[in-house]
Design a protein around this ligand. Structure first.
Ligand SMILES: NC(=O)c1ccc[n+]([C@@H]2O[C@H](COP(=O)([O-])OP(=O)(O)OC[C@H]3O[C@@H](n4cnc5c(N)ncnc54)[C@H](OP(=O)(O)O)[C@@H]3O)[C@@H](O)[C@H]2O)c1
Length: 245
């Protein structure tokens, strides 16, 4: 049974399920060649999950797993359906490399959602970004002016700089979040602040439906760990999870 998770709560249990307690799953990892995606791939394989990778450049994959090649800017629906069919969950780290190629997260996620709906796969976990909580979109035309978790620096300085620099990326991610909310699927959105390539710590903070006070960065490895962890936490379904060190 799904447990109600109060918005603003800062604990997600179990904190660190041991590998032996974690049930083996059939997972489809989208954008498994990216810096978060590679962490997802490595950690999922190490945990003994049965992984299918979706990548437009499969030569960049760091593990030999079942692979479906797909450019999500113009994905073949049959290929994506084959990639997700039978999966217990889909994990997506799809996104642009920079502001210049922003605009892939929403259309790519729309294609993934369509493939999941066509094949009856329900669970999806994606990466968004902390500043998206205050970005207006068609599905959320009146977001809060400030995220309740953000402190003075984030509210008045960083968010302005970030939206000037990465506005196109955030608009695309906000639309991606709309698509998930409208999907009827069992989604969880993970919203990190600035990503680093530091090693996994497992010592990150999380918060439900808000950002974290003083949370300026987190490693891609810890984001991947959280994305895998929420698969065993059905109470995170239909919630945004903020993460930061
Ligand atoms: N950078 C930050 O500090 C930050 C902070 C908060 C949130 N985020 C979000 O987190 C996301 C993931 O971060 P990251 O560091 O892992 O990004 P990344 O290393 O740039 O990875 C992006 C992934 O998306 C894939 N991709 C892009 N366009 C595609 C397309 N048309 N078809 C198929 N795959 C495509 C890339 O494939 P290729 O390997 O083939 O290029 C790559 O696997 C970012 O895109 C951003 O939305 C970033």
């Amino acid at each position: 049974m799904e447990t109600e998770l109060p918005s603003g709560s800062t604990t997600l249990l179990p904190r660190t399920p041991s590998q032996s307690m974690t049930q083996q799953k059939k997972l489809t990892i989208v954008a498994a060649t990216g810096r978060v995606g590679r962490q997802l791939l490595e950690q999922a394989v190490a945990a003994g999950h049965d992984v299918t990778a979706v990548a437009r450049n499969p030569g960049k994959l760091t593990r030999q797993v079942r692979t479906v090649t797909a450019d999500l800017a113009a994905a073949n629906p049959a290929a994506l359906e084959a990639a997700v069919a039978g999966a217990d969950a889909v994990l997506s780290a799809l996104g642009p490399h920079s502001n210049a190629d922003a605009g892939i997260a929403a259309p790519g996620t729309r294609s993934i959602v369509a493939a999941m709906q066509a094949t009856g796969v329900r669970r999806i976990v994606v990466v968004s970004a902390a500043p998206v909580s205050t970005v207006a979109s068609a599905g959320n035309p009146h977001p809060p002016k400030h995220d309740p978790g953000d402190g003075f620096f984030m509210r008045h300085l960083f968010s302005r700089i970030a939206s000037t620099m990465f506005g196109k990326v955030y608009d695309d991610l906000a639309l991606m979040e709309d698509i998930l909310r409208d999907s009827g699927l069992d989604w969880t959105i993970v919203r990190p602040p600035r990503l680093t390539d530091k090693p996994p710590t497992g010592a990150y903070r999380t918060a439900v439906d808000r950002n974290l006070r003083g949370g300026f960065s987190v490693s891609r490895a810890d984001v991947a760990q959280l994305m895998l962890r929420v698969l065993d936490q059905p109470e995170t379904i239909h919630h945004v999870i903020g993460i930061a060190n």
